[in-house]
Design a protein around this ligand. Structure first.
Ligand code: NDP
Length: 283
């Protein structure tokens, strides 16, 4: 059975979801984007990740259209800008996201990255949004190990349901401390840019000879190997963005790819982890 993830009290969610960054930017791609997200839902990729930031709210509108009539199937995630992450600004930001998404609740609401607002204030408004029924859970994004320790010492901070961070085969710094710590807490980690933006974040990744050879042997694509590698880690969900039905089908099929220990070692030898603390990678 395909690997699944649990966010605190959620239903099990397949370990590959759908990203939406860059959706809603070009009206010529609108229909393809809506169709890709719907095809993803048909294939069981029920987690959709978006943010008020993406295309200035237009990505949330694309998602709203894609999930229309099927809200119950979806585990919907959006994010608040750091400068909106307290008090009335957070409530208004959340309400605006809900309007664009044409729904009355989010399954998960994330602090997009850490800004100047104290974590206490963000936790407090997240708790308030839960009591208002506007969000079911909250989490964070782009917080490094030391930020998480700080969050753990804030009242209510341990209710954090996830940390969404950059993670792909060619960027493995979180394996040093953040990932094992999240696993110890039983807190799922959401891996963004799992395809390194189709290799744009690491030139040579998609053309790497070892990866291409392995992909050929397994009858898979390099993109599928990258996703299978990310989700073989306990408690990690990958959220690739696909703007076409063909890509989303390919990504969904990666849920069924099993990597042997030998295959994992081969991939990791080609792209070793740093082996020391490095600052959290971000885009
Ligand atoms: P990804 O690593 O998901 O790469 C997306 C790119 O890969 C697109 O160009 C897409 O092309 C291409 N692609 C998708 N599937 C395939 C495939 N099977 N074969 C080849 N190419 C493929 O990068 P993202 O930056 O989009 O990250 C994923 C998601 O994570 C975002 O969309 C967003 O939701 C979230 N995110 C969160 C951040 C944060 O700060 N919290 C930061 C960055 C991302 P096409 O569109 O043509 O299908």
């Amino acid at each position: 059975m395909a690997k699944q993830i649990l966010f605190s009290d959620s239903k099990p969610i397949p370990a590959i979801g759908q990203g939406t960054w860059y959706m809603g930017e070009n009206s010529a791609q609108h229909v393809d984007e809506v169709n890709a997200l719907r095809a993803g839902l048909d294939l069981g990729l029920t987690l959709i990740d978006t943010a008020e930031m993406y295309a200035n709210g237009e990505a949330e509108k694309v998602v709203g259209e894609a999930i229309s009539g099927r809200r119950d199937e979806v585990f919907l995630v959006s994010k608040v800008y750091p400068w909106n992450a307290a008090g009335q600004s957070a409530i208004t930001a959340c309400e605006n996201s809900l309007k664009r998404l044409k729904t009355d609740y989010l399954d998960l609401y994330l602090l997009h990255w850490r800004g100047d607002i104290p974590l206490e204030e963000t936790v407090s408004v997240m708790q308030h949004l839960i009591t208002q029924g506007k969000i079911r859970r909250w989490g964070v994004s782009n917080l490094d190990y030391s930020d998480m320790q700080e969050l753990w010492n804030v009242a209510g901070g341990r209710e954090c349901a996830t940390n969404q961070v950059l993670y792909h085969l060619a960027s493995r710094g979180i394996e040093y401390d953040l990932l094992p710590w999240c696993q110890q807490q039983n807190m799922p980690l959401m891996a963004y840019c799992p395809l390194a933006q189709a290799g744009r974040l690491r030139s040579g990744l998609m053309n790497d000879p070892a990866l291409n050879h392995l992909a050929q042997q397994k009858g898979a694509t390099v993109a599928q190997l990258l996703l299978a590698w990310v989700i073989h880690h306990d408690g990690v969900i990958a959220i690739p963005k696909a703007g076409s039905v063909a890509h989303v089908k390919e990504n969904a099929a990666a849920l069924e790819i099993e990597l042997s220990q030998e295959e994992i070692e081969l991939m990791e030898k080609a792209f070793p982890a740093p082996g020391r603390k490095t600052p959290l990678d971000m885009v």
